[in-house]
Design a protein around this ligand. Sequence first.
Ligand code: SAH
Ligand code: SF4
Ligand code: F3S
Length: 470
Amino acid sequence: MEENKNASLWEAKREARAVRAYSEAFRAEHGRLPAAYTRTYGCQQNVSDTERLRGLLEEMGYCLTGDAAGADLILFNTCAVRENAEDRVFGHVGALKGLKKKNPNLILALCGCMAQQPSAAKKLRTHYPYVDIIFGAGAVWRLPGLVRQVLEGQRGLVELEASGEGYVEGLPVRRDGKVRAWLPIMQGCDNFCSYCIVPHVRGREYSRPFREVIAEARSLVEEGYREITLLGQNVNSYGKGLGEEESFPRLLRELNRIEGDFRLRFMTSHPKDCSHALIDAVAECEKVCSHIHLPVQSGSNRVLERMNRRYTAEKYRELIAYARARIPGVSFTSDIIVGFPGEEYEDFLETLALVREVQFHSLFTFIFSARSGTAAAGYPDPVPPEEKGRWFRELLEEQEQIGSRLYRREVGRTLRVLLDGPSKTEGTLSGRTESGIIVECPGDPALIGRFKEVKITQALNWALLGEICR
Ligand code: SAH
Ligand code: SF4
Ligand code: F3S
């Protein structure tokens, strides 16, 4: 496996060099390098994959552009987690037809989770034949080879086989920001929650070796990044397959030892694997933010069981209580699915009760979306969409009240904020607290990338306003 991955890296490098020759020829003819536009759908894993795809594009001699209409290559990195995520992609791919007509040399590429799904890939082939390249979520490193083939005159390439090879180390990365960085520590998922497409499209769990993760974190800190978010669908099972001791709490402790002024976050934690050892590590590592994103999905044991989540609402409450006792000022965020097949209003009320009790800083809420190929897609689902919509709004209203009370509570306090960029309002900066809340405050752009004490003066629904103390 290790050897294969090295071979993948070398192949990617060799192919990138071949494409570079085309890019140079393009420059000789047009007086500029070819331009590439990328768009990312879905979660941070995809954002992180796109950063590597952009690194490869640069290595292939493309310059990156924010203007799709002027691009010579357009790449969409797609998501399949809910139907509306897929619909958006199809809509946007449809809109590319005009561009392709105007410029037949335009290369259109589609990758990621949706591309990996057989039904979506088939739909693309039949209804969007002008897409030149389709490749799956595990085939990031294949981009240069596929582009080379298109440049040599081939069209309609589909590469879905290369998934499940784990993570190819050493690919170039073009990161979006200079302050906050994503660091993938694992790929795939073995949990098969009954509603979820991710294990089907992302393949089996694979943990990157300790030394690679630590080396990448070190170089991020050296480059001046101030916040590193460790990424995985289920970071708590990090280390499976690497040997017993290489667990996630140990990884956190090792990363915490890296010298420098930076903080660490991680997502996502699965409650079934969230151990006291992990909570202890969060409590004891001063660089790890006192914030845990712990998706509960439902407060009803009946529903949790049918979701195949493998924990109970009681276990979840116990974890929250333990974390509250161990980590001063800890905050929680969560994901919730409303209207899971067979869920009844009484089940939903249990979710609502749990939400009231835990007091999450914020919630990501979704109405169940049937994904073909998953177990829950075949479950009887008698509750009409309008009814689910009513439950959904009830949950949103409850959370709005909780969120706004928690936000208002911060007014008058002084919080440590990482200033990460200019905000939309002229003369003000935007940043985040340890619990991930956005804070806006007047300030000099020279302060971007610094931690500052900010006195909170006002709470909005989505952010806090404040003034920098020193
Ligand atoms: N690995 C993460 C979640 C990744 S998907 C975890 O286990 O917590 C992000 C969120 O999308 C999930 O937490 C879930 O709330 C939601 N989701 C996933 N599949 C869905 C579906 N079929 N319908 C509605 N929401 C879904
Ligand atoms: Fe999906 Fe469950 Fe895996 Fe999360 S843990 S990605 S919800 S299957
Ligand atoms: Fe979507 Fe794939 Fe992430 S399905 S949520 S982009 S892992």
